[in-house]
Design a protein around this ligand. Structure first.
Ligand SMILES: [Zn+2]
Ligand SMILES: [Zn+2]
Length: 350
């Protein structure tokens, strides 16, 4: 059975090659080819930028989750080592909440462990922001067989859900209320301050990424969109420079965390508008191989985005893979070679 299906796909690939041969040799003029390759290139850039945008949105989304998780874990360590009431004075009847030195030591050790794990988790959020657009346009030489499948799985992992973002915002705000007044416990104060610093660092990295992504993509945006987005970007800046009111009666760590969180929410909103536009740029086009329209519409062909961020229609890619026995290279990165193979007369192929 297996050999039969291999034969089938081999003959389908053969049929496909003849069809593409016809299209590419008789329909495509040199000027058209220039245009095709130019469009494929700008589309490739847009795809890589979409990936960058997804990664930094994922970084922003996961950092809030990480902050909340740490707050909840702190709560449970605190309740595990809740100080007990002790008589401190035989005369005045003074009573205070204390831990024994041994309890205090165990409490400190658990808090330290928690904060160490937290640092690792926040660092992994930050790493997501650090991949550059160029990194996403990796060489197509690496592209053999399963590389594509891996790429797809990575892509899906980076998808962030809007409802989930909203739920995380609510949780964050509820937990933030708990540090509105300064804790009395030194460990708790130190842990909260460290958590804030890590959180701010992550938001700053996301901010830097959004600004970079914007400055390199804005030439492909229409004027009206540029104005709207730049206006929003200014709001992020002004938030960052906003003075903190230390006389508010609220703990300054609360105030500063709240401010970083407002910036994070603005950045998520902004990157979404940028990404939506980039997705359009990445989607609109014809398959550069068979020249048929491709995209998400039901009438159109599904797209396969390769590791280099070039895209071709899935049908073309599958036939090309079959023709190359699973070791296909990108037909656009190595276009000359691809054409040679497609245009090679049948008798020379044997
Ligand atoms: Zn095609
Ligand atoms: Zn390519």
């Amino acid at each position: 059975m297996a050999s039969l299906s291999t034969d089938d796909s081999a003959s389908a690939a053969q049929e496909w090659r003849l069809k593409i041969n016809r299209i590419q040799s008789s329909k495509v003029t040199p000027e058209m080819r220039q245009g095709l390759l130019r469009r494929a290139e700008s589309k490739r850039l847009a795809s890589a930028r979409v990936k960058k945008s997804k990664a930094l949105r994922c970084s922003a989304a996961r950092s809030a989750k990480s902050w909340s998780t740490c707050q909840r874990r702190m709560e449970s360590v605190k309740s595990k080592f809740a100080p007990s009431l002790t008589m401190t004075s035989a005369f005045g009847g003074g009573r205070t909440l204390t831990r024994t030195p041994k309890e205090q030591e165990a409490y400190k050790a658990e808090m330290d462990q928690l904060m160490m794990e937290q640092t690792l988790d926040m660092t992994s959020c930050q790493d997501l922001s650090l991949t550059s657009v160029n990194d996403y346009m990796t060489s197509s030489d690496k592209l053999v067989g399963t590389a594509l499948v891996v790429q797809k799985a990575e892509d899906d992992e980076l998808e962030v859900d809007d409802d989930e973002i909203q739920a995380d915002i609510s949780e964050f705000q509820a937990l933030l209320e708990k540090i509105k007044t300064e804790p009395t416990d030194d460990e708790e104060i130190a842990a909260n301050f460290k958590l804030y610093e890590q959180y701010l660092e992550t938001v700053e990295l996301v901010r830097k990424s959004v600004f970079e992504l914007w400055s390199e993509s804005k030439e492909s945006f229409p004027q009206s969109a540029v104005r709207t987005i730049e206006h929003e970007l200014q709001r992020v800046d002004s938030q960052a420079n906003m003075e903190i009111n230390f006389d508010s009666g609220r703990w300054f760590v609360y105030e500063m965390t709240q401010k970083a969180e407002m910036n994070r929410q603005l950045l998520l909103k902004l990157s979404k508008s940028i990404q939506t536009r980039l997705e359009l740029l990445a989607a609109e086009n014809d398959c550069p191989i068979c020249l048929e329209p491709m995209g998400k519409g039901s009438e159109e062909r599904p797209i396969t985005v390769l590791g280099c961020c070039h895209s071709v229609c899935t049908e073309c890619w599958e036939h090309w893979m079959a023709m190359k026995h699973g070791r296909a290279f990108c037909p656009l990165c190595r276009h000359e070679e691809f054409l040679e193979e497609i245009l090679m007369p049948e008798e020379e192929r044997r």
